[in-house]
Design a protein around this ligand. Structure first.
Ligand SMILES: CSCCC(=O)C(=O)COP(=O)(O)O
Length: 247
């Protein structure tokens, strides 16, 4: 089953539908961020997120006038500025690490209350199990925080599947369009880049991983954006993880 020694998986558009992320998770965070911050303002994890978001807001405001610089020490004003930025960044799907961390904390309520269950395409768990049975490690690399990733896999529509996963990476290692992030992942999991198969639906991520020496397949799922002709020439394109069995 395939020649890879380790598997690295993107989440949204690869093993989870874009619709689950865009139509369930993001709106939940958008709607609940103000109440969440009001109820959890003294939580040290939330404080850390806000402190990091203050720094990010200064950097982002330099190139985007819609970003509010968060400065206030007053709780109500801080919450108002954070909410404005979080909602704006959700709207434009901006991958700001501190905002993604905060989203994960907010989603904990969604998963724990049962309001949300992590979507997985029907071919995912059976094939991950087959890879796992061959003692090859499976890792996740998503712009969603590691905490958010674990919540999704612990509370998926197929139950808790975290036993199949050997590790998780988020944007703390670097952005997904940057080849250096993939080099760092290969180093951390102690595998040669060429022995790692990365599956993603995003061409920029595929190119970044390819330039770092990874094997890469592009994944096409219902509702995903169209792939360019050029990407179709460079990368193997699969519609389902069942096709991993075939190479
Ligand atoms: C951890 S699930 C939520 C996914 C998410 O927040 C996101 O931004 C999608 O990122 P991906 O890198 O999985 O496409």
């Amino acid at each position: 089953m395939g020649k890879f020694k380790a598997l690295l998986l993107d989440i949204e558009g690869t093993i989870t539908s874009i619709s689950f992320v865009k139509d369930e998770l993001f709106p939940y965070a958008y709607k609940n961020v103000a109440n969440y911050l009001d109820d959890n303002f003294d939580n040290p994890d939330v404080h850390r997120c806000i402190a990091e978001m203050m720094t990010a807001s200064v950097e982002e405001a330099m190139s985007d006038e819609k970003v509010k610089v968060i400065r206030s020490e007053i709780k109500e004003e801080t919450i108002s500025d954070v909410v404005e930025n979080v909602r704006y960044w959700i709207d434009i799907d901006k991958k700001i690490t501190s905002m993604k961390t905060l989203q994960g904390l907010i989603w904990e309520y969604a998963y724990k209350s049962g309001a949300v269950k992590g979507h997985l395409y029907p071919d995912v768990v059976s094939n991950l199990r087959k890879v796992h049975e061959t003692n090859r490690p499976i890792y996740i690399y998503s712009s969603g925080s590691v905490y958010a990733q674990k919540l999704l896999f612990q509370n998926s529509i197929e139950g808790d599947i975290t036993e199949l996963l050997s590790g998780y990476f988020d944007t703390h290692i670097g952005l997904k369009g940057d080849s250096e992030s993939y080099r760092k992942i290969a180093h951390q999991i102690r595998q040669a880049p060429a022995d790692i198969l990365f599956l993603t639906d995003i061409e920029a991520e595929a190119r970044a991983a390819h330039n770092a020496g990874f094997a890469v397949h592009l994944v096409v799922r219902p509702g995903n954006g169209l792939l360019s002709e050029e990407a179709r020439k460079v990368f193997t394109v699969i519609q389902s993880l069942d096709e991993l069995l075939e190479d």
